[in-house]
Design a protein around this ligand. Structure first.
Ligand SMILES: [Zn+2]
Length: 350
C-alpha cells in the first residue's frame, strides 16, 4: 500500500478554499488577456514568480490584481466550473468555497445577482459533468469594514443560492474582530453561521475575540491558538473546528517551515482539526498535496488521514442527515480502498 496514493484517492472535503485564489494559471492568463488587464506575468512561469509573497500585505495586493481579471458573468461561470473539475480530480466530495462578493461587485460593476448566477451556472455544469457539489461562503474583507452590512445582507439573501455562512478575510492584524460585531450579530440573529479567519497573522487574542464577539462557529486557520493553552483547551472542550492550511502558513511566513508548524500539537491535543489548501495555485499546492504534507511532515498514518477527512464532514455546514450519509459513504469507500490497495497498512513504513 502506498500511503500517498491512498491519500489521493480517498474521498475528502475542503472547507477553507477561496474561489478567486483557485483560478487555474492558464485560465487567469486567458482572462487577463480577454479582459484587457495588465498582469505582471505573461506565462505560467511568470505567474509562479508573481506568487512569491514577501508578506501578507503583498499577498493581498496580488490577490486584488487576480480578482481584477474577472469581468463578466461568464468569467464567474468558468472559474466555478473549473473549481468543480479540480474537486473531482482530487475526489473532494464536499467543499465550502469562500468568495469575496463585494470586491467583485466593486471591480465589475455587476449586481450580486448576476455574479451569483454566473457562479451557480458553473456549479451546475460541474455537478452534471463530474457529480461534485459545494456551497459558498461570502466573506467580508476586513480592510473594508464599511462594506460589512452590505455583505451580510447579500449573504443572507443568497442563502437560497447556496450560501451557507458569513466569512471574514483580509488583513487580520490591523482590522480585529471588534470592528465586525454588528454584521456578525445580524448573521447570528438570522441563524447564518460565522466562519471568520482568525489566529493566522494575529495571535490567540484574535481567536478569542472571534469566538466571544463574533460567535464563530468555526475558525479559519486558528493555527496560532497553539500559543495559548487555555484557548486550545477551550477549542477541545467545545469541539469548535479549525481550518488549518499548513502550506499557506509557510508561504505567507506565519511559520518558517513545516517542522515549526503546530499542526501535530493541535491534533494531539484533541482539537477538531480540518486540513485545507486556502489558495491552491497561489501557494503551489492543492488538497492532495496538503494530505501528502500530513504524511511526510507530520507523520500521519492511514487512520489519521481518514480521521482528518471525516473531521471535514463533521465540521461542514451540511444539514445533519447529509453529514451522516456522507460519513457513512466515506467509511464504506475507505474500507473498499483499503481492500484494493492491500490490507492493513502501517503508516510510515510504507
Ligand atoms: Zn483564507
Amino acid at each position: 500500500m502506498n500511503l500517498h496514493e491512498y491519500a489521493r484517492r480517498m474521498p475528502k472535503t475542503e472547507l477553507h478554499v477561496h474561489l478567486e485564489g483557485s483560478i487555474r494559471p492558464p485560465t487567469l492568463l486567458r482572462l487577463a488577456q480577454r479582459n484587457g488587464v495588465a498582469l505582471p506575468a505573461q506565462d505560467e512561469a511568470g505567474l509562479e514568480e508573481f506568487y512569491r509573497f514577501r508578506d501578507f500585505d503583498h499577498f493581498i495586493a496580488v490577490y486584488i490584481t487576480v480578482t481584477r481579471c474577472l469581468r463578466t458573468p461568464d468569467d464567474y461561470r468558468l472559474i466555478a466550473y473549473e473549481f468543480g473539475a479540480n474537486c473531482a480530480r482530487q475526489n473532494i466530495r464536499h467543499a465550502e468555497a469562500t468568495f469575496s462578493v463585494e470586491t467583485n461587485i466593486r471591480f465589475t460593476g455587476l449586481s450580486w445577482q448576476a455574479i451569483v448566477e454566473g457562479l451557480n451556472e458553473g456549479r451546475s455544469q460541474a455537478r452534471e459533468e463530474y457529480g461534485v457539489d459545494w456551497r459558498w461562503v461570502f466573506d467580508i474583507v476586513r480592510n473594508l469594514p464599511e462594506t460589512q452590512d452590505e455583505v451580510v445582507e447579500i449573504a443572507l439573501a443568497a442563502r437560497e443560492h447556496g450560501v451557507v455562512a458569513l466569512g471574514l478575510g483580509g488583513t487580520e492584524s490591523d482590522f480585529p474582530p471588534e470592528l465586525f460585531v454588528r454584521s456578525h450579530a445580524r448573521a447570528r440573529a438570522e441563524r447564518l453561521p460565522r466562519v471568520p479567519h482568525a489566529g493566522e497573522t494575529a495571535g490567540p487574542e484574535s481567536v478569542w475575540a472571534a469566538l466571544r464577539l463574533l460567535h464563530a462557529d468555526r475558525i479559519g486557520h486558528g493555527v496560532r491558538s497553539a500559543e495559548d493553552p487555555a484557548l486550545v483547551a477551550f477549542l477541545v472542550e467545545t469541539q469548535t473546528p479549525i481550518e488549518l492550511c499548513p502550506t499557506s502558513n509557510i508561504r505567507l511566513g506565519v511559520y518558517p517551515g513545516y517542522e515549526t508548524h503546530p499542526l501535530r500539537d493541535l491534533w494531539d491535543a484533541g482539537v477538531l482539526v480540518t486540513v485545507n489548501s486556502d489558495d491552491p495555485p497561489m501557494f503551489g499546492t492543492d488538497l492532495n498535496h496538503e494530505y501528502e504534507v500530513l504524511i511526510d511532515h507530520f507523520g500521519f498514518g492511514l487512520d489519521e488521514l481518514e480521521e482528518v477527512s471525516l473531521n471535514g464532514v463533521r465540521a461542514s455546514l451540511l444539514p445533519e442527515p447529509d453529514k451522516t450519509r456522507l460519513e457513512r459513504t466515506f467509511r464504506t469507500e475507505f474500507a473498499e480502498l483499503r481492500g484494493e490497495l492491500g490490507s492493513t497498512p502501517r503508516a510510515r513504513s510504507l
